[in-house]
Write a protein that binds this ligand. Structure first.
Ligand SMILES: NC(=O)c1ccc[n+]([C@@H]2O[C@H](COP(=O)([O-])OP(=O)(O)OC[C@H]3O[C@@H](n4cnc5c(N)ncnc54)[C@H](O)[C@@H]3O)[C@@H](O)[C@H]2O)c1
Length: 480
C-alpha cells in the first residue's frame, strides 16, 4: 500500500471512530427513518448545495435535520429556509453529533471534499447523494464504489440530467440502433474552467465568515487569496477541482457512456498546454479509445473539446445548412481544412448547439444538444425525420409525455434518491455507475499533465503503463 493510500485510509478510519473525542454513533441499519420520513444532513449549502437543498427538501417526505457549511453567510441563508435544522461548520462534528438523528447525507462541497465527507457518512451506514464528479482522485472513486457495495447503501451522483426525459430517450434511441454501431463520439463545451496563469503570491486576510482550514480539509495547507479559490473558482485549480472536463464533461459524457454501456478506456490523450502545477489548461482536446461493446464498432473513439473556441471543427460535426465558406469564389468541394474554419456557434442555422455531443455510427449521425432538446439524426448531409422511431421507443418503454421544463425535470433525480432511501425504487446514477464514469473523466484530467502523450490504462490493476502518471491517481490526506 502506498503512503498516500495509507493516509487516506487512516483519515477515513479515524474520522469514523470518533477522532473528535465524541462517542461513536450507533449504526443505522434501516434505510427508512421514523414515520417513513427521511431526515437529511447537507454538507455545503451555498452555490449548487443551495439548489440541492431546495430540490431534496421539495420532496414531501423529507425533513432537513442538519446543515453544514464552512462559510457562515451561506450557512445562515440556508438556516433561514430551514429554521429547525441544526447548524455546523465541520462535517465531522455534524456526523458524529447527529448520529442516528439523520438518515441520509447530501455532499455538495468542492470536489476535493467529496470523498472524505462521503466516505465518513457511508462508514456510518448513511445513504449519500454526492455532487459530480464523484471524487477528485481515481482511487477515491474506486473506494467509494467498494464501500457503497459492501454496505449495500443507496447512493446517487448529482448528474440530474441523467433522469431527464430527453436523455433517457436519446439513450434508448441509440441502443435501439437508430444509427447502427457507433464508432466515434465528439462532445464539446465552450466553458472555461481552466487557468493558464501563475499561482498567486502572498496571502489575504481570511474573511471572518470563512473557516479556511475546514475549506482546505484534507488538501495541503495553502495561504488564502481573495477570489482565487472560494467560491466556485476552485474548479480551475488542480488541488481542488477537475477543470471543464470534470465539470461539464461529466454531464455531457454521461449519455454516450450510459447509452453505449462503456467501461473505462484503454488509451487517453490530452492535447493541451504544458502543466503549470496550479491551474488546469484552458483548452483541452481529449481523445479516449474504449474497447467494443454491443453498441459500438470494434473500438470507440471519444473526443472532448473545451474552452472558448470549442469545438474545433471537424467533418463529423458539419451540420445540414452550414455555410460552406470554401465555395466562395472557388466553386470546388470543401476540404476538411475548409470545414474546420466554419463558424460553429448558436443553433438553428446549420450551426452547432453551444454544448452537446455528436454520435457517429454506421447508419448516420445523431446530434444531442445539451440539454432539453430532441436528438437530431443526419444522413448523407441531411436531417431525417425520426418521429416514428421516437414514438416506438416511447411506447415500448412507457415513457409517458415528454417533459422539457427544468422546473418539473430538475427535482426528479433528487426525489429518486429520497424514494430509494425510503425503500421505493432505485437510483439511476448509483456510485457503482458514477465511479466508472468519474474514473474515465479523471483519466482525461490526468492526461493533461502529459500533453500530447498517449497514456495506456490497465483497469484491472488500476494503473497506467506510464509509471510517471500513476502518482496522480491519488493524493495524501492532511489531518485538519
Ligand atoms: N450537478 C450540477 O448541475 C452542478 C452544478 C454546479 C455545481 N455542481 C457541483 O457542486 C459542487 C459545489 O459546486 P459550487 O459551484 O456550488 O461551489 P461553491 O464553491 O460555489 O460552493 C460550495 C459550497 O460548499 C461550501 N463548502 C466548502 N467546503 C466545505 C466543507 N468542507 N464543508 C462544508 N461546506 C463546505 C462552501 O462554503 C460553499 O457554500 C461541486 O462538486 C460541483 O461540481 C454541480
Amino acid at each position: 500500500m502506498s503512503t498516500h493510500n495509507k493516509d487516506r485510509r487512516d483519515f477515513v478510519k479515524k474520522s469514523s471512530l470518533g477522532m473528535l473525542g465524541l462517542a461513536l454513533a450507533p449504526s443505522i441499519i434501516s434505510k427508512i427513518g421514523p414515520h417513513n420520513r427521511l431526515r437529511t444532513a447537507h454538507i455545503g449549502v451555498g452555490g449548487m448545495g443551495g439548489e440541492d437543498l431546495k430540490a431534496i427538501s421539495s420532496h414531501p417526505l423529507v425533513d432537513v435535520a442538519a446543515l453544514c457549511d464552512v462559510d457562515s453567510t451561506r450557512l445562515a441563508a440556508a438556516k433561514k429556509m430551514h429554521p429547525n435544522a441544526k447548524v455546523f461548520s465541520d462535517y465531522r462534528v455534524m456526523l458524529q453529533v447527529m448520529g442516528d438523528d439523520i438518515d441520509a447525507v447530501v455532499v455538495s462541497t468542492p470536489d476535493h471534499t467529496h470523498a472524505p465527507a462521503s466516505m465518513m457518512a457511508m462508514n456510518m451506514n448513511k445513504p449519500v447523494y454526492c455532487q459530480k464528479p464523484l471524487t477528485h482522485h481515481v482511487t477515491e472513486a474506486r473506494d467509494m464504489k467498494k464501500l457503497a457495495a459492501e454496505k449495500n447503501l443507496v447512493t446517487q451522483m448529482g448528474i440530474q440530467v441523467h433522469s431527464f426525459y430527453d436523455y433517457k430517450l436519446a439513450t434508448l434511441l441509440i441502443q435501439s440502433g437508430i444509427i447502427g454501431k457507433v464508432h466515434t463520439v465528439r462532445a464539446w463545451s465552450p466553458k472555461n474552467w481552466g487557468f493558464d496563469g501563475k499561482a498567486p503570491k502572498g496571502s489575504d486576510p481570511v474573511p471572518e465568515t470563512l473557516d479556511w482550514n475546514l475549506w482546505l480539509g484534507t488538501s495541503a495547507e495553502r495561504p488564502y487569496k481573495e477570489g482565487v479559490y472560494h467560491p466556485g473558482n476552485w474548479r480551475k485549480l488542480m488541488d481542488y477541482g477537475c477543470g471543464t472536463l470534470g465539470d461539464m464533461g461529466v454531464h455531457i459524457f454521461d449519455t454516450p457512456y450510459n447509452a453505449l454501456e462503456l467501461d473505462v478506456p484503454r488509451t487517453i490523450k490530452n492535447e493541451c498546454r504544458k502543466p503549470t502545477g496550479f491551474g488546469y489548461p484552458e483548452n483541452n482536446v481529449v481523445t479516449y479509445e474504449f474497447p467494443a461493446t454491443k453498441h459500438t464498432a470494434e473500438t470507440l473513439k471519444w473526443v472532448w473539446y473545451d474552452g472558448a473556441e470549442a469545438p474545433k471543427m471537424h467533418e463529423d460535426l458539419k451540420l445540414p445548412g452550414a455555410k460552406d465558406k470554401s465555395k466562395k469564389g472557388k466553386g470546388g468541394k470543401a476540404t476538411v481544412k475548409d470545414i474546420m474554419s466554419l463558424e460553429t456557434k448558436a443553433t438553428g442555422t446549420g450551426e452547432l448547439p453551444e454544448q452537446g455531443a455528436m454520435f457517429i455510427g454506421e447508419k448516420g449521425r445523431l446530434l444531442l444538444p445539451h440539454f432539453m432538446e430532441l436528438p437530431k439524426k443526419i444522413v448523407n448531409g441531411r436531417y431525417v425525420d425520426i418521429s416514428k422511431e421516437i414514438a416506438k421507443v416511447e411506447k415500448a418503454n412507457n415513457m409517458g409525455k415528454p417533459i422539457r421544463n427544468y422546473g418539473s425535470e430538475g427535482p426528479k433525480h433528487y426525489h429518486q434518491f429520497v424514494d430509494a432511501c425510503l425503500g421505493r425504487g432505485e437510483c439511476s446514477a448509483p456510485f457503482s455507475y458514477a465511479s466508472r464514469l468519474t474514473e474515465t473523466i479523471l483519466l482525461g484530467v490526468i492526461a493533461g499533465r502529459f500533453p500530447n502523450e498517449t497514456l495506456h490504462w490497465d483497469s484491472e490493476n488500476a494503473k497506467f503503463s506510464e509509471e510517471e502518471a500513476n502518482q496522480y491517481l491519488e493524493s495524501p490526506y492532511r489531518e485538519f
